[in-house]
Design a protein around this ligand. Structure first.
Ligand SMILES: [Zn+2]
Length: 554
């Protein structure tokens, strides 16, 4: 028998968490057909992986590529990291199902993410969306969740009220349709509009339909409105447990500063749930926070736009009032009105001006303050001889409100603790794009968009020994596969799909920076999707072997 591809001489990390072993791998018709000594086997293509590691392709539990898949269908930013499968439709938001009630909102959101070009929406169901994606082809495998927020908006628009019994039935039937089309479960985003208007019972009722099909419940939890990460995780588990979800998954577990210590408490909640027989899991992301500097100021002072805000900041009496609100006001109580999270403001209220750096948004030079880029607000205040709040206000005025802040270390330490827990896995929370035009004209999230997996392996495994390589690979492969319900991916074993990443642990490195985030990582040599080579010696081959996966309980 001739193999299509044989990968020889590699250190095989099979995704189970077991120590690496030396073996050759034979691939035929898109599947793994042999593991052992295959040096004398006949093969059309052979890849010498001497000195390299061979693992299952990475499975990104949480992405927002719904829009960008249609444009950057080679999925460069993800596949160049070794990701071979990603899960879209997260945080309660999916571009399906579509009705007249939510079409405009979805159109607007999609063109915003796409950076301008209007996307003609010619689908209404998940099935229609899948067909649209398949028409163009993709380099990566995709699994999809259906968003509770989208379903709600499809029936009652953006109204702040409970659905009537008839409307609730309509929502349930839309979820039923998506599950029949192959969704892997339901996602929710309970701090965002319109998910923020939903009571717990509504989400349970809607989720029951997804549970009937074996779907998972994945939630961006209601931390801001409840003003407690712990209460939010409790609510998430309650919804999953009462609806009978196969898995209840806390998406990007990220206790918002300054409530350090919540990460320990939420691990206890997941463990208690598991003791009751509830399959509780979670993922972490790199929350490198980068926002307009003016977002430190409460939204009610900003709602008339930049020009008005600048005028107010120029007036000493008004500035005094704004300062008072910025340093004392609680936004969470108003979360449902504003739909905005006070993450950045939490740093300011805690006096952590040293944790916010000035940054220039990609390729947008500052008018007067370029010299301060990279310095913290505390440092800038000292250099200018003013109070940090006044330094921030002056920067906003001088730069016409086109100035950003960056909290580089935010929550990384909580992530390091959480990733060690057996049920916690990796995710990027990014959307696929490419280091070419038109993407390079837009801002991208450094680390998250292009470097999540290279950072996990290069920095957390090789440099900082946060976890062993084998355990980290498990969290990037078989654990997400098992959680989503992908039974034939995420492991190197005979009969599994041939999704691989072949990488060099000596050179693995995230290369993206705040100045130039559109950089592919180093160290990923080969990526194979469904038995076809998509990345070869670090270059994209242009192949589109990805499949849109549909969940089936059997
Ligand atoms: Zn998300």
């Amino acid at each position: 028998m001739w193999f299509d591809i044989v990968i020889t001489n590699g250190f095989v990390v099979d995704g189970t968490g077991n120590p690496w072993f030396k073996a050759d791998i034979g691939i035929k018709d898109g599947k793994i057909t042999d593991i052992g000594d295959l040096k004398s086997a006949k093969a059309y293509r052979s890849i010498d992986a001497k000195g390299l590691f061979v693992s299952p392709g990475f499975i990104d539990t949480h992405t927002h590529s719904d829009t960008t898949l249609l444009l950057a269908n080679r999925c460069e930013s993800h596949i160049m990291q070794g990701v071979t499968t990603e899960c879209v439709g997260n945080c309660g938001s999916s571009p399906y199902p579509i009705t007249e009630k939510n079409k405009e909102t979805i159109c607007k959101r999609m063109s915003r993410i796409a950076g301008g070009p209007e996307i003609d929406i010619d689908w209404s169901t998940l099935d229609g969306y899948i067909r649209r994606v398949e028409k163009k082809g993709i380099s990566i495998n995709v699994a999809a969740l259906v968003g509770h927020g989208t379903v709600r908006a499809a029936v009652i628009g953006m109204e702040n009220r409970a659905p009537t019994p008839e409307e609730l039935e309509e929502m349930k039937s839309l979820v039923d349709g998506a599950m029949q089309d192959g969704a892997f479960g339901l996602s929710s985003g309970l701090d965002y509009m319109p998910g923020c208007y939903a009571e717990t019972g509504e989400v349970i009722e809607v989720m029951k339909v997804a549970s009937k099909y074996g779907g998972i419940y994945a939630s961006d939890v209601r931390e801001q409105i409840l003003n407690s990460f712990i209460k939010a995780v409790e609510q998430c588990i309650e919804i999953g447990e009462k609806s009978g979800a196969r898995v209840v998954h806390t998406s990007h577990a990220k206790p918002v500063f300054p409530r350090w210590g919540d990460e320990i408490e939420c691990m206890r909640l997941w463990e208690e749930a598991r003791e009751r027989g509830v399959d509780a899991t979670a993922d972490i992301i790199f929350p490198v926070m980068c926002k307009k500097l003016s977002s430190i100021i409460p939204p009610w002072w900003r709602k008339e736009g930049s020009e008005e805000l600048i005028n107010k900041l120029k007036d000493p009496d008004t500035r005094k009032k704004i300062k008072h609100d910025t340093l004392t006001a609680d936004w969470h109580a108003r979360g449902r009105e504003t739909g905005e999270r006070p993450n950045f403001n939490n740093f300011v209220k805690a006096g952590r001006w040293g944790d916010i750096q000035l940054c220039s948004i990609y390729r947008q030079k500052m008018l007067k303050n370029e010299k301060f880029v990279g310095k913290s607000l505390a440092e800038i205040a000292e250099l200018r001889g003013v109070d940090p709040f006044d330094a921030a206000c002056d920067l906003i005025i001088e730069e016409n409100d086109k100035v950003s802040g960056l909290a580089p270390g935010s929550q990384v330490s909580a992530g390091k603790i959480l990733i060690k827990h057996p049920v916690v896995m990796a995710a990027s929370d990014s959307s696929c794009k490419a280091a070419t035009s038109p993407w390079t004209d837009q801002w991208a999230q450094p680390l998250r968009d292009y470097g999540t997996y290279a950072y996990l392996l290069g920095t957390w495994v090789r440099e900082e020994h946060v976890l062993s390589l084998e355990e980290m690979i498990r969290k990037c492969t078989s654990l997400p596969a098992r959680t989503l319900g992908l039974r034939d991916r995420g492991l190197i074993a005979e009969g599994m799909y041939a999704d691989f990443v072949v990488f060099n642990m000596d050179t693995m490195e995230d290369k993206s920076t705040h100045e130039d985030p559109h950089q592919y990582p180093e160290g990923v040599e080969y990526v194979i999707v469904n038995g076809q080579i998509v990345v070869e010696k670090g270059e994209h081959t242009g192949k589109l072997p990805g499949k849109f996966l549909r969940y089936s309980p059997h």
